[in-house]
Design a protein around this ligand. Structure first.
Ligand code: GTP
Ligand code: MG
Length: 197
């Protein structure tokens, strides 16, 4: 898919404030600092479209962008950010939960996983929760430029094994590097193939 235009629409704190659900929507979620905003900029081919930061917790609202005037791309706040209070974290989780369960035009959720780590409980729990709620999702391993092919294969294998404990079928998985522009075409093709509203 060629990206002809990518525009920021709005930031929303609550599901009710999100733009009208009149276009297919693809959202990006994952731990704080995993590389969501960077991935969005790579996909949209526009540096600075989504704000990135080396400090975790940069994205605190639901940010909607519209691509080619035809589909929404959504940057969600990271979950599991340690430096906010317990109550703030709980209200974040509530906001994400409401969005994920209630956004009627959501076609797919891309769950980002830092490829440098072995499976982490928080991510596995979130993935299992999506499965239990029949939310369509797939996994995106980020920052693969930071590890060797061997390390990646190992972590990837561990992830697959972990998910097979609970699920018979594994979701589609993508490997990406926003730094090296890896995985862009694969994700955009997936979006193009499912983008029928
Ligand atoms: P929050 O909004 O805080 O939840 O973070 P985020 O998931 O949106 O992460 P963001 O895109 O802001 O990136 C976090 C840090 O990781 C930044 O310093 C990025 O430059 C870096 N980063 C993101 N993607 C990659 C990548 O593919 N390779 C490398 N080497 N660094 C990356
Ligand atoms: Mg972000």
């Amino acid at each position: 898919m060629n990206i002809l235009s990518a525009e920021f629409i709005k930031s929303s704190k609550y599901l009710e404030e999100c733009p009208e659900a009149n276009k297919p929507e693809y959202a990006f979620i994952g731990r704080s600092n995993v590389g969501k905003s960077s991935l969005i900029n790579m996909l949209a081919n526009k540096k600075g479209l989504a704000k990135t930061s080396s400090t975790p917790g940069k994205t605190q609202l639901i940010n909607h962008f519209v691509i080619n005037n035809s589909w929404y791309l959504t940057d969600l706040p990271g979950y599991g950010y340690a430096k906010v209070s317990k109550s703030e974290r709980a209200s974040f989780s509530k906001m994400i939960e409401k969005y994920v369960l209630g956004r009627s035009n959501l076609v797919n959720l891309f769950v980002l996983i830092d490829s440098r780590h072995l499976p982490m409980k928080l991510d596995v729990d979130f993935i299992n929760w999506l499965g239990q709620n029949s939310i369509p999702f797939n996994l995106v391993f980020t920052k693969i430029d930071k590890i060797s092919q061997r390390e990646f294969s190992y972590n990837f294998k561990k992830y697959s094994q972990e998910l097979r404990n609970t699920w018979e079928e594994l979701p589609e998985m993508f490997k990406t590097s926003s730094e090296k522009k890896i995985g862009k075409e694969e994700i955009l093709s997936f979006i193009e193939d499912t983008n029928k509203y």
